[in-house]
Each structure stands twice: as C-alpha cells, then as structure tokens.
Write a protein that binds this ligand. Structure first.
Ligand code: ZN
Length: 630
C-alpha cells in the first residue's frame, strides 16, 4: 500500500465492534488448512499432571495483586497509585515494565476459556476497566507502563530496550481478553492502541521502519493479523499495518530456503515467523508459508536438542546441525519453546504431518511441563542442559522475566493442540486425559489415560445418536516396538507404523471405546555433530541423571531478580557428568527400569538413577552423557 492511501485509510478507520462470537477464518484461510484446531473452550482437561500443572499456575495467577500490576500504568497516566511496585523486569526503572500485565491478561483469558474460570475472567475484566481509565487519561490511544518517550528513542535510534515488545504483550493480552473471555471493552482499548500504532508508524518511510524492526518487537505482526481477522472485512488498512511489522530482512533468506540464523537472538525472531504463518493463512501467499515451514523444519531438525528446545544464551550461535558445543546453563529459553509450539500448531494445520505432533509432544513434556515449580508456580527462564546444574526458578514478585509471563500463558492453555479436526473426523495428537466437546458433530470424545506412566489411552465416544467420523490416533515416532488397539474390548487387526496415524473410520455409537496401547521403550538421542554425546529417552520423555543436592542452599535454588546468569555457577560451562559405557545393542541392555518412571544404569563405574526431566526439582541433573561402546 502506498503511504498516502495508508494515511487516508487510517484516518477514516473506525474499527467496527462485532458481537462476541467464534473466530472464523476468512475463505483464503480455510482453503489452506488440512486440519483445524479446536477452540480452547472445547477441551477440558481430566485428572493428571497437566490439570495439576494448570491448577498450580492458577494459584500463581491468583497471588498477583491487580493494583501492583496496574501501578506503573497508573503513574504513567498521571493517576495516583500507592501500590508497592513489583520487582525485576516490572520494576519502575525497567524499560520492559508493563509486559507482565499484558501476559497476565492473556493468561487469565486463556484460563477463562480452558476451564470456564469466572474468578480469573473477573480479574481480567477488572484490569481492562482500569487500563481503559489509564488510556482515557493519556488521551491519544497510547497505553503503557512507560511514557511515549521510549518510542521516541526507538524512532531516533537511541538506546532503548524493546518498547514494541512490551506493547505487543499488552495488545495481545487485550485481544485474548476479547476473543477468549468475551470482553468488548478490551477490544475498544485495543482499537485505540492500534490507531496510536498506526499514527506512530505512518510518518516512517520503509527504511526508517526497517530500522525499528531491528529491535525486538515480539509478535506485533501476528497480533495485528489476528486483529484484522477478528474484525472482519474492510480492514485492509489493518492488514497493511500488520505487514509493516513483517521483517523482510529476516524473512528473505528463509523464503529462499537458506538458514542464516547463526548469530541471531532466538526469541526475537520466532514470533515474527508466527506472524508470517498468519499472513499466509489470511492471504494465501505461498511465500509466507515457505518462510514459516522452512524455519520450522530447520529449527526442529537442525537446531533443537533432545528436549525439542532451541537456543543457547538466547541465541543461535552456530551453523545448522552444530549443537555439541552448545550446552550451558542458559540453553533453551522457555519463551522459545512456547513460541515454537505456537508455530507448530500452524504447520500441523497446513500439513497434518504427524511429525509436527511428535515434535509438539516432545517439546511440551520436556520443555514446558517441568518449567514451573510445583510448590508455588514460580517459572523457569532457562532449561539448563549443562551437566550438574539445576532448575533455577524465579522468586515471588521479584523477577517477572519474559519467561515468567510466557509460562503464565503456557500453563493456562494446556488443553491446546490435543485434538484437531477436518471434515472427515478428528485427530488425537496428544495423550492427555481430557474431554473434547465436538458439538457440531453432536458428540463428545472422552480420553482417559495415565500416560506417560501408563502406555494405554482409552477414547470413549459420547453421542445421543450414531455419528460417522474417522478417529485418527497418532502413532508416535518413538513407538517402534509396535502398538495395538481394541474396540469395545475386541482386538483389532493391523496397526499404523510409527510417524503416522491409526485410523478407524466408522459409525460410532454412544459408549464405543477405543483403547490404544503404545509401548514405550528406552532409546537414545545423539547430538547431530557428536554421536557419542547422547541423551537417554523413554518414549517422548528425556531422562536425566540425578546428581544430588550438594551446595543447593535455598538462596541458589531461586534466581536473582534480574537474570539467572547472575548466579555464578550458571556462568560456567557444562560440569562433567559420569561417562557411561554402552553394552549390547541398545540402552535397554545397560539401563533397567526400577519404578513407574524411574531407571538405573547397570555395570557403570558410577551408576546413576534416571528420571524424567519434567519431574526433577531442586536437584542437580545431567541430560547428555559421553557414551562409549564396550
Ligand atoms: Zn523468555
């Protein structure tokens, strides 16, 4: 769009308020989707580790004081506030302040949809009301916990942290409050902010805007594309505004299938790619699908650890496929895992490729599930993959890292991406106890499982009338010893190979039960550039060696307010873990199972006990081992 047209459109634009309803993708989008996700409010978690984790997160969210979350917004707007300021990245001097309040809006909106949580929805509504008052006091649509002067610095090329990153969190939080929790005021506040963004960017030529995009800006493009889809036709100007946040310098090599990611900050860039994914879905332009899909495959196959996580010291520091040197206390920032999962959801939608769901499961169990402390819901910044370190959690009200916010959202939407649908039927991608409400087809699907402690999942159809659909159950890449299925207790012939789906296309009656058994085995995940450096896995779970609690006094189990890296031991490289000797053809010949999810090496100079990474807390551990052949 030419600048003059853009200005005219912006001036004329009054975003229409639509009644709260379900998000519908425009036609261009539906055509691109082989599998569509279910809305979050259609999936309720059943008993198990995921529902437990959501409840821990709920306690963490309820412990936050709204007046403290609003404090710097109010002062910035000239409204008195006597609340005690928050610490860490929310402190009054921190240039990212306000970002957590945005994440918080998303988190309570997600919880509201995930479990019909009226109390958290009310908290979100209250925050929106108070933020609207701040916006009114400021008078020009702007809303932030810091003054516009930070944006002046951004425009003028002066030092500043990342104003649009923070603004994105607030705007995305408002959009989530609108789409997931039905808040009309949230949309009004967001529209005011959007018009402010349009006015701020309007005078900038393409070169100046390109300079702005060199500074981390979260998923501004994605959020504006989502808003344009939400508010419907006549919103070309909004899509054009979103496009101004598409980072062409970053996208160009990806569109050509070139990995030029070395040296880049990981979580600055993954959200931009989710924006590219949304542009493809809304416009059908294949270039943006190439960008997103190539990026996804490159990260998941060349730049991901055994855990599915990516990044070391927050960056990609090497050429593709070089990871053996990339182990430290700052591996795989949690935000990157969360955003890769968001991207995976899109790529699965376009491809219905079981490999996407395999990746999702691996990253979810190993990168997300163990990233909050079960005691108080404090979040993790980095999942350390360096031997001998431990999970360094935040301190209540004193950190508010990016990952504190991101994980507040992650643990509020654990029902996401378990199921997908198309016209023929349903995909069961994850083995998580839950109930799917597929009311358009007049049925519910109840999944009961104790996975990963148990290797069986049972799917029961609830339908007042018989209903024809294909039930597709993912057969994971790790199910190499074969699986089996029973329908209403009768064994079924044949089973799908790992990496595909077991499909049963039939007319289902109320009470029909499909039980699928997916035996888990021990296997190793080697570094791509050093086959002797291996992690041990059981099914999708990364197993870690328990290395004791020496020196882990309470003060080093919790991180300092500003950065985990201020804890001295976290600056060091990997600490030596005991070397292991592989005897026989696979890890089952030198590792024995000693409990439901507990294992122990045998015949080693120093034997170690292995447990899932997601279940270890307040203890030193090792993920990768130097393994030699006997
Ligand atoms: Zn982070």
């Amino acid at each position: 769009m030419r600048r003059r047209d853009f200005l005219a459109a912006t001036a004329a634009a009054a975003l229409p308020l639509r009644r709260f309803g379900r998000v519908r993708l425009p036609d261009a989008a539906s055509a691109t989707l082989l599998a569509r996700p279910f809305d979050l409010d259609r999936v309720r978690l059943g008993p198990g580790p995921f529902r437990d984790a959501m409840q821990v997160n709920r306690r963490f969210l309820v412990a936050q004081d709204p007046d403290r979350l609003l404090h710097m917004f109010r002062l910035t707007a000239g409204i008195p506030s006597s609340a005690e300021p928050l610490g860490g990245w929310e402190a009054p001097v921190n240039e990212l302040r306000g970002h957590y309040t945005g994440h918080y809006l998303s988190a309570v909106a997600l919880m509201s949809a995930s479990q019909g949580d009226a109390e958290l929805k009310a908290r979100g509504d209250h925050l929106v009301t108070e933020l609207a008052a701040c916006q009114r006091a400021l008078g020009n649509g702007y809303l932030s916990a810091f003054p516009e002067e930070l944006f002046d610095r951004l425009r003028d090329g002066k030092p500043v942290w990342a104003p649009f990153y923070t603004l994105h969190k607030i705007m995305a939080g408002l959009l989530d409050m609108h789409t997931l929790a039905g808040s009309a005021p949230a949309l009004e506040v967001l529209q005011g902010m959007t018009r402010w963004v349009a006015r701020w960017t309007q005078p900038l030529g393409d070169e100046a805007m390109a300079r702005v995009l060199e500074r981390e800006y979260g998923g501004m493009n994605e959020m504006l594309y989502n808003l344009s889809a939400r508010t419907g036709a006549g919103q070309d100007w909004l899509r054009d505004l979103a496009h101004r946040f598409d980072h062409e310098r970053f996208f160009a090599p990806l569109a050509l299938g070139r990995d030029e990611l070395k040296g880049l900050h990981a979580n600055t860039n993954i959200p931009k790619v989710i924006g590219a994914a949304r542009r493809y879905e809304l416009t059908g332009e294949p270039r943006y699908r190439h960008v997103a899909e190539y990026f996804w495959r490159q990260i998941t196959t060349q730049r991901a650890y055994c855990t599915g996580g990516t990044s070391n010291g927050e960056g990609w520091n090497t050429e593709p496929g070089v990871l053996a040197t990339e182990l430290s206390g700052e591996t795989q920032e949690d935000c990157t895992t969360y955003n890769m999962l968001k991207l995976t959801r899109h790529v699965f939608g376009w491809t219905a490729d079981a490999a996407c769901a395999d990746y999702y499961e691996r990253a979810l169990f190993n990168g997300i599930l163990g990233s909050q402390h079960p005691r108080d819901g404090e979040k993790l910044y980095y999942v350390s993959l360096a031997s001998g370190l431990w999970k360094l959690f935040g301190t209540p009200f004193q950190d508010y890292w990016c990952c504190t916010g991101t994980m507040s959202e992650a643990f509020a939407k654990l029902g996401d991406s378990i199921y997908f649908q198309d016209d023929a039927g349903v995909y069961v991608n994850l083995f998580i106890a839950s109930e799917l409400d597929w009311r358009e087809r007049g049925m519910r699907l109840v999944q009961e499982t104790r996975f990963p402690e148990d290797d069986v999942t049972t799917l029961t159809v609830r339908a007042p009338r018989p209903v024809r659909f294909a039930l597709r159950v993912r057969v994971p890449y790790w199910a190499t010893s074969g699986g089996s299925a029973r329908l209403n207790g009768r064994p079924l012939d044949g089973f799908a190979a790992p990496g595909g789906y077991f499909v049963l296309d039939r007319t289902w009656k109320d009470g029909d039960r499909l039980a699928v058994t997916l035996p888990m085995r021990l296997h190793v995940h080697a570094m791509p550039d050093d086959p002797t450096m291996q992690a041990v896995m059981y099914g999708p779970l990364v197993l870690v060696g328990r290395l004791g609690t020496d020196g882990l006094t309470p003060d080093v189990l919790r991180a300092a307010p500003t950065q985990p890296r201020t804890v001295p031991e976290y600056k060091r490289g990997p600490v030596a873990a005991p070397a292991l000797v592989a005897r026989g053809s696979g890890p089952e010949s030198w590792i024995e199972r000693t409990g439901a999810l507990e294992f122990r090496t045998t015949g080693q100079a120093q034997d170690v006990t292995l447990v899932p990474l997601h279940s270890i807390f307040d203890e030193r551990y090792a993920v990768y081992w130097k393994v030699s052949e006997a």
